[in-house]
Write a new protein. Sequence first.
Length: 417
Amino acid sequence: MNDILPDASPVWQYLEAQVRAVLDQYGYREIRMPVVEPTALFKRGVGEHTDIVEKEMYTFEDRGGDSLTLRPEGTAGCVRAAMQHGLLHNQVQRLWYAGPMFRYERPQKGRYRQFHQIGAETFGMASADIDAELIVLTARLLSNLGLSEHVTLHLNTLGSSEARAEYRNALVAYLEGVADQLDEDSKKRLHTNPLRILDSKSDTTQQLLNDAPVFDDFLDAESREHFQQLCALLDGAGVSYVINPRLVRGLDYYSRTVFEWITDSLGAQGTVCGGGRYDGLVPQLGGKETPAAGFALGVERLILLLETLEKIPSSVFATLDAYFILAGDSATREGFKLAERLRSEIPGLRLQLNCGGGSFKSQMKKADKSGAPLALILGDDEVAQQQLTIKPLRDDREQVQCGFDAATSQLRTLLAG
Ligand code: ATP
Ligand code: MG
């Protein structure tokens, strides 16, 4: 679990603002859920035989004896909240959330025990247009971030639950014949979660799968058509994709569409965003039949990618406009007042006052270190004349002197470039 320190938080704020702006463009509304839920919600929602439930949850008993779990993902809680507050009855919803998720995983690059996701969930829309919307939204975001050339969209359909069940049987029958050659994880999954074997990381297992039955032979006609409609919408929108028949997702609730945005710039932890359709989840959690689809993106991985590819605009780190140097007692008093006046008169001005005194030289050093493009300088002598000096620190423009009453307009002019 990581601390996000002040030097790093501008990047988080930049990414969050970018995601928010795109979600706003598509009319998604924010929902905020608690970070703990009853353990049973994840067992039923995410699935008993998923990695998450089997070995990754932070589960504890509270003082009342109830079993609670720190949320390992956002979808189950979002569905719970939407059901509980009647958001699903006869209506369509486009929701988003952001926040920490918790999984007891082996920590490594791109994999942490507290990590952050921004997710979107939609309810009440069964047709492929909403699947396509979720994907073009994520494509737009990745493009805005300058990442388009470094990510690939992998797309698959998991069909109906009936088609999946039939395929599952055929796959298990085939894999039982070669069970002794499977990797250890896949052996375990053979009778609990055999579809997950399809995206096994083991080369031998992937080899064995070359002769396995293929899902396409089992895909139901309606799901096939749904998938074709999705592909047609993406083609029309100019979003390219790779159809990857071995893409299954780690969570049990998916049906029909699944997708992942994958990068090869981060090593093994290459999935920066994943999502799909989960029509079965609401009824599984006790609600009425409700079509649903969504995605979640991993904030840490996107930040790693932005950093690795040097895609973070330098303006992101500029957190101050000006640093105010005050030399002397009366300068401190008058400067304090003037700073307040400037903050009131220039909305959004990011002005840091030198507090705690210090020599002119040491204050100048702090101004330099602050990253601010301008220093405001006031000494006791200038106070008498009501004169402020504004000194550009990052370019070779001349410093200017002005009366207190002209400080607002001078500062505006210098900030404008
Ligand atoms: P993976 O196969 O990489 O473990 P997943 O299928 O478990 O991913 P999801 O539950 O779909 O992941 O979560 C969506 C996204 O959240 C992932 O694509 C990834 O970017 C991010 N993510 C998942 N687990 C972690 C983690 N432990 N640390 C950091 N980011 C994570
Ligand atoms: Mg995982």
